[in-house]
Design a protein around this ligand. Structure first.
Ligand code: ADP
Ligand code: MG
Length: 368
């Protein structure tokens, strides 16, 4: 179902993204070792990742780095190793002999015991060694093993130098492909440092697949197809107005479709509920940032209210929050771009998601 709110896992539930799926498969076929899926929140990175992995026909491990980080407050090697092995073993669970040979390969690591889906560490696992064994196994089987990290920028907060580990794997393990997704493109780029001579991945090649929002025609067609699938009649006028408000952000379009097609709400009710959900969701997403500096909230609010340039934004921020020096202000602005909350085109800043813009406009920022 197109309007299912969960990240999609099946090709038939995924609208379009043909080009991106092809590009992903092409990278795998060419034996590329590092693939990045980038795009702002709710454009369908997780969905694309799920479908691309399933369609690749290769064994893979998929880790939701964001939830791992928030569950544990950090990402210890042991937990990551357990997740990787658990996920990889489950994707090969139906291919018995393949799985048994993987099991055997892994059991040659001292202190590691694998049987079926059960993984036991008798001492602190060495992820590099585990990846080496996975690589050897993939080589013998003449396949690629894919290590996918969803919202990988959270790895940078782990306290462990996973960038070094990825660099080691990219350089030395030819049968393993790393796929990293990121809503916070700038943060992911900083973490990887492909063009930073001080970072271990400096100079490495990565395939970048950048997800864009749907254009107007696609957005309308997406809503129409979804309603048709559910047998719900919805006026073209309604669909046009929805696309006007939600733009081509598939996450919001899906929510709208769900509220109208499944919950049977009217246009007005559906939009109200959508913005109510968006308020809760976006406030939650922004909360850490704003707790760190209330000025992040003020900057976003300034932009949402139509201030686009460095100086007009600063003027608003100073009016509401008191003086701030230029360097510090520029830094906050730059970070918001890295987090994907702002976009910069020429000298103009904007909020790339109109729903987020609307939410930010109404944000109550308590004075310090
Ligand atoms: P992201 O990981 O970029 O934040 P998700 O994959 O979680 O985005 O998708 C956000 C919402 O949009 C989910 O409800 C998902 O089901 C839906 N969605 C994403 N891409 C598509 C697509 N191509 N076709 C249909 N629904 C999609
Ligand atoms: Mg996601």
């Amino acid at each position: 179902m197109l309007f299912d709110l969960q990240p999609k896992t099946k090709r038939e539930d995924l609208y379009d993204r043909e080009k991106e799926l092809k590009e992903f498969q092409n990278a795998i076929n060419l034996g590329e070792r590092l693939v990045l899926l980038l795009g702002i929140r709710r454009l369908g990175k997780s969905s694309l990742l799920n479908v691309a992995l399933a369609e690749s026909g290769m064994p893979y491990a998929k880790i939701d780095v964001r939830s791992l980080y928030f569950t544990h407050g950090s990402i210890p090697q042991e937990i990551l190793a357990r997740k990787i092995l658990g996920s990889l073993l489950s994707t090969v669970s139906t291919k018995k002999s393949l799985r048994l040979r993987l099991e055997k390969m892994l059991n040659s690591i001292r202190g590691l015991k694998v049987s079926g889906l059960h993984v036991e560490f008798e001492r602190k696992p060495d992820l590099a060694e585990i990846l080496e064994k996975i690589d050897s196994w993939a080589e013998k089987e003449d396949i690629r093993a894919i290590m996918a990290f969803d919202e990988a920028q959270y790895l940078r907060l782990s306290g462990i130098q996973y960038d070094g580990l990825i660099a080691y794997a990219v350089d030395n393990l030819p049968n393993v492909t790393f796929v990293l997704t990121g809503s916070e493109m700038g943060m992911l780029h900083d973490f990887l440092g492909l063009d930073n001579p001080k970072k271990p991945l400096f100079g490495r090649y990565a395939r970048e697949i950048i997800l864009e929002r749907f254009n107007r025609k696609q957005s309308m067609d997406f809503l129409r197809s979804g309603f048709e699938e559910l047998g719900t009649e919805v006026d073209d006028g309604d669909i046009e107005r929805a696309v006007e408000r939600l733009d081509g952000i598939v996450g919001w379009l899906t929510t709208y479709g769900y509220l109208r097609g499944m919950r049977k709400l009217s246009e007005k009710e559906a939009l109200e509920e959508l913005f109510q959900r968006a308020r809760a969701l976006v406030s939650e997403e922004l909360s850490t940032l704003i707790a760190y500096s209330r000025r992040y909230g003020l900057i976003l609010k300034a932009v949402a209210m139509g201030n686009g340039t460095w100086s007009t934004i600063k003027e608003y921020v100073e009016f509401r929050g008191g003086p701030i020096n230029d360097a510090k202000f520029s830094n906050l602005l730059k970070n918001l771009v890295k987090y994907g909350y702002l976009e910069k085109k020429g000298n103009e800043y904007s909020i790339p998601d109109p729903v987020v813009g609307k939410v930010v406009e109404g944000l109550q920022l308590t004075p310090r």
